[in-house]
Design a protein around this ligand. Sequence first.
Ligand SMILES: [Cu+2]
Length: 495
Amino acid sequence: MHRRMLGILIPILVTALSVSAHVGSSDVFFEGDAGPYHIYVTVRVPQVIPGIAEIQVRSASNDVRRIEIVPMRLSGAGSNFPPTPDVAERSKQDAQFFTGSLWLMESGALKVRVSVEGSKGKGELAVPVPAFAQRTLPMDRSLGGLLGFLMVFLAVGLVFIAGAASREGNLEPGETPPPAKTRRARMVMAITALVVLGILFLGKAWWGAEATNYKRGVNFFKPPEAETRLENRNRLVISAKGQDPEWSKEVEMKDVIPDHHHLMHLFLIRTPGMDRMWHLHPERAEGGAFVEDLPNMPAGHYQVFADIVDKAGFPWTLVGQIDLPEISGKALAGDDSIWTGAPLAVEANYASVAQLADGGRIVWERGSGPLAANAAMVFKFKVEDKEGNPAKDLEPYMGMSGHAEFVSSDMSVFAHIHPAGSASMAALELANGVPEGNRAITADQAMPDGMPISELLTSEVSFPYGFPKPGEYRMFVQIKRAGQVETGVFDAHVQ
Ligand SMILES: [Cu+2]
């Protein structure tokens, strides 16, 4: 019995680990402004669809009276006609904390619209939620047994009821049924049994078709494979292959939309050890593949994560691996960046300070105490110049004050996070109706790259996020100072 249970549990664990839209990190973390109110939103996405999403909203100020939440499609039909919103419940212990549960009825690119009411009037925003079934729930054994027993009981009962009705239906009390009636009753019972068996058979076929459909949905949303090959010594060609054969028809590379300035954000991490990381931006070639002329790279085994956003606003991370020979390539340029340092596998560095190439440093204000899995947190980083003063030379990097990649040591978690949270910026813009021409960044964060930012950016950058499970993680925090992209790396042990 125990061994059989284990047999059921292990496949569930395996499938639960492989989820897309980031990798292994399906919950949504968000920070932003609903009109005059600064709020933090966490959406715990259900493992099965239809399923219940748990929504948590924290207001930064104490002047919020009421918060309403409602799920909608991210874009297209249905995105402008919300159903009646639910009122989020205010916590009794903490007046700035609100929670609610929402049914998500379909998979795909959804959003949760959050409407805030308080002493400064009304405000509203939408948080993109990529909803997808991550696994098939097995039926509980005792429930299965009970339902099976009820089915047999009902089926057999029906046959006997039909027989009894035809045999004794119009008898006087106490009268014995004549043999002709008994014979007819047997006929009726046989026919009823056939009909019941027919219904059961059709029911099983229907159940099977539904289950197959559902399983296909689960496969559809698994992270697509990044198929990579090297051409002409340093040209990396990346194409995508879904784990479901229909995937490539639904998600066409020619239709992916730009996400903070680029159609694809490609991360190459040398494994094991994660001692080198490249953040590159391949161009789309004819036929839909992406190509990147690689910079100088040492030979090694590389983990590939490539972020794209499909036309509906659903974020996908293509996942792959490639063995590369030593590459002498082009110089890094534009938004591309590299980090080199000590390997995680050999010496995890739990320091909260990361040295930068120019003598400056990034300090993680992590507070004390262990880091817990599944807790929504705000990761705050202070940037200092080489004198130890708050850096005054931060610039927007691809439209934002910072970018962070959270990667687990076994590569089962990869999340590319921004100050606004874990949603892709393209989806955030779609969800909030930012016009096409202004797609690079959300309206309230519009900061053209290259402009001096002393007035716009402070020396701090923060990211709302939560580790999805215990383990060792490496966090790459990327900022831009005086025209130069710099990466600070922090290791975290999560319990
Ligand atoms: Cu980014």
